[in-house]
Design a protein around this ligand. Structure first.
Ligand SMILES: CC(=O)SCCNC(=O)CCNC(=O)[C@H](O)C(C)(C)COP(=O)(O)OP(=O)(O)OC[C@H]1O[C@@H](n2cnc3c(N)ncnc32)[C@H](O)[C@@H]1OP(=O)(O)O
Ligand SMILES: CC(=O)CC(=O)O
Length: 286
């Protein structure tokens, strides 16, 4: 066992990576991608989302994907849930972890969730309550933590307020999303400075899209603040249907290599990751 410090890469490719693909990807291809990723050694994989098909058509087969995957001991299978109906479907599908998501800006909240921030938090409260009652692990996301495609620069304090609300609902971890990939190490650092007043780094994750090519720099800024969990998507897949211009998540293979160069271990099988990245890219271009 290496004595290098461990950093978890939370694989979001099957959900965040694929959700924006215009061509409907076959359910069996999604299952094959998750099954391959399961052999790479991830502690957690975000498989799909239980959202209305009219909002995100690519995720319409969430229940079938969850039913079809071969679960591996040691990997938890996580899904995104926007409301109680989505949570109930996720629970019925046997999700190990559910993620609720809110926005730090009103403009993105309206576009992505059809609600104000306050309304969206009100809608998420019963989801959190149900997850706690059922003993299902609850993750939180805050989107647009530095820049919003509608409202511009996002004040760090606005992010901290939503983080505090999700913490109070019982999220064991909150992932901070640079949804449109416009964050810079300085803006990420300022945002983290405010957020860390509410939650320790051990309960935070970084979620950086690579639109402007700064995702790895933003990961480094977050490592310096103590974060040790980062979301990534094999092949750099991704984008958000409700964030104009948003590109893919930082690529899992690039992040793992970068972390290794910085002296961290991820315990992932890089040969499998390379195959999964190829598979993901082929799904996109097929
Ligand atoms: C940054 C990111 O990448 S975040 C992930 C990407 N973005 C998303 O997934 C979008 C998430 N947003 C949403 O899911 C939606 O905005 C919601 C559900 C939160 C709110 O949308 P609204 O249209 O206001 O919800 P509303 O409750 O009116 O339901 C709309 C329809 O969806 C159905 N519906 C609601 N929730 C769900 C669900 N979880 N699963 C399936 N269908 C659902 C309703 O029955 C209704 O159906 P109808 O039109 O046939 O009557
Ligand atoms: C929910 C997410 O996918 C996070 C983000 O990019 O805002």
């Amino acid at each position: 066992m290496s004595c290098r410090m461990f950093v978890e890469i939370f694989e979001v490719g099957p959900r965040d990576g694929l959700q924006n693909e215009p061509r409907q990807i076959a359910t069996e291809d999604k299952i094959a991608l998750v099954d391959l990723l399961s052999t790479a050694g991830f502690r957690r994989i975000e498989v799909t989302s239980f959202v209305p098909a009219k909002w995100v058509p690519q995720m319409a087969d969430a229940a079938q994907v969850m039913a079809g995957i071969a679960r591996r001991a040691g990997t938890a299978y996580s899904v995104l849930t926007p409301n109680l109906r989505g949570y109930q479907a996720a629970r019925d599908a046997g999700a190990d972890e559910v993620a609720i998501f809110a926005s730090a800006s009103e403009g993105f909240s309206r576009a992505n969730l059809n609600a104000t921030i306050a309304e969206s938090l009100e809608r998420l409260a019963p989801v959190a309550q149900a997850a706690r009652a059922d003993g299902v692990a609850l993750r939180g996301y805050v989107s647009v933590v530095t820049d919003c495609p509608f409202d511009g620069a996002v004040p760090p304090q606005a992010v901290a307020q939503v983080v505090a609300a999700l913490r109070d609902m019982g999220c064991h971890e909150i992932s901070l999303g640079d949804t449109i990939g416009q964050g810079r190490p300085e803006t990420v650092d300022a945002m983290l400075s405010a957020v860390l007043d509410e939650l320790p780094a051990t309960a935070l994750a970084g979620h950086f899209h690579d639109t402007a090519g700064r995702a790895l720099q933003n990961v480094e800024a977050s490592l310096a603040r103590g974060l040790r969990v980062f979301d990534a998507a094999v092949g750099g897949l991704g984008g958000c249907p409700y964030a104009p211009g948003a590109k893919g998540n930082v690529a899992t293979e690039a992040l793992a290599a970068h972390l290794a160069a910085l002296g961290y271990r991820t315990d992932l099988d890089m040969a499998v990751i390379a195959r999964a990245a190829d598979m993901a890219r082929n799904l996109r271009s097929a």
